[in-house]
Design a protein around this ligand. Structure first.
Ligand code: ATP
Ligand code: MG
Length: 297
């Protein structure tokens, strides 16, 4: 692919997250947060979450510490209820952790919204707006005038598969195209971290594979740090530099699996012995029989 158009335009699919609240604090040099915390793009420092429920306290997340470097593609996999979305909500600042803090670029961003783009499984496209106007909603919410936002978004829409579909309404799009539009909206936001919570879970197998390759192209072009939640082990390995395998009761990161497969990746890599070994390792950690299932439970 040739160089992408100017990437000044950035928007988020999650409008309430767009504007950072004033006053997040940079840590002082005497703060012993360690080199990982200060150099990582994203750093979770002993973050835990306990919910108060009618049945009593529920420890959704035991203290989790993790560092994600700039520009990496990371996946979180794990069983239902192990705290994947809780981690995302904490990273996005919409949920305050019970303990610990979130650093983004070394800045304490705990409970601060607007510092990351966040896309959920549901595309949240507005049915009464055209694809173009849906894609620019995040930019508009950031204060970019609609004309300028459209001017910025149009070449990107055309470059990424929406030529001729710019002015149709979301109802006219297939499920995977709706997801693509939602993903573009998220990528256009003025954040260089993007959280994707099971964005392809509702798609059929063929569309999902196409989406994965499309996403890898976008990741390479936009150079953003991406964190994906998925239940699909193949998807996690194929896309990621590292896979965090989570466990439940309480939710925690059981292991980090590095994925040393060369990039750019082609689909055939999923047949390679290295890939199969990584998949078996993940499935072992998830306690799933690698011969019977292709996805995490
Ligand atoms: N607001 C809340 N109040 C009480 N409990 C909650 C709340 N949000 C999440 N939980 C609980 O915290 C645990 C972790 O939930 P979370 O949604 O993060 O899991 P998950 O790994 O994303 O699961 P899934 O794979 O089903 O999406 C679950 O037991 C869930 O029921
Ligand atoms: Mg979830």
């Amino acid at each position: 692919m040739s160089d992408p158009p100017t990437l000044a335009p950035r928007a988020t699919a999650w409008f309430s997250l767009i504007r950072p609240k004033a006053g997040y604090k940079r840590r002082g040099s005497c703060d012993m947060i360690g080199i990982m915390a200060t150099t990582a793009k994203l750093y979770l420092d002993q973050v835990s979450m306990t919910f108060n429920t009618p049945a009593g306290p529920l420890v959704a997340l035991a203290p989790v510490t993790l560092a994600i470097a700039f520009g990496r593609f990371i996946s979180l996999i794990g069983p239902h209820g192990c705290g994947k979305s809780t981690i995302f909500n904490i990273l996005a600042g919409v949920l305050r952790p019970t303990t610990g803090r979130v650093l983004i670029d070394g800045i304490d961003s705990t409970g601060v919204t607007g510092r990351v783009g966040y896309m959920l499984q549901k595309d949240l496209l507005l049915p009464w707006c055209s694809v173009l106007d849906n894609v620019i909603l995040g930019m508009e919410a950031q204060g970019v005038p609609p004309c300028e936002a459209r001017h910025r978004a149009l070449p990107l829409l055309r470059r990424y598969g929406f030529a001729g579909l710019e002015y149709v309404h979301p109802d006219a799009l297939s499920g995977d195209m709706r997801q693509r539009a939602a993903l573009l909206r998220t990528l256009l936001c003025d954040t260089d971290v993007v959280l994707l919570d099971e964005p392809f879970a509702a798609l059929d197998a063929e569309s999902k594979l196409a989406m994965q390759d499309w996403l890898l192209g976008l990741w390479a072009d936009f150079g953003k740090t991406m964190v994906l939640v998925t239940r699909d082990v193949d998807e996690a390995i194929y896309l990621s530099d590292e896979v965090y395998v989570m466990a439940t009761s309480p939710g925690r990161i059981a292991q980090t699996i590095a994925v040393p497969l060369a990039r750019p990746r082609q689909r055939q890599v999923t047949q390679a012995s290295e890939f199969t070994a990584l998949k078996e390792r993940c499935l072992e950690l998830l306690a799933v029989d690698p011969n019977s299932v292709g996805k995490a439970a």
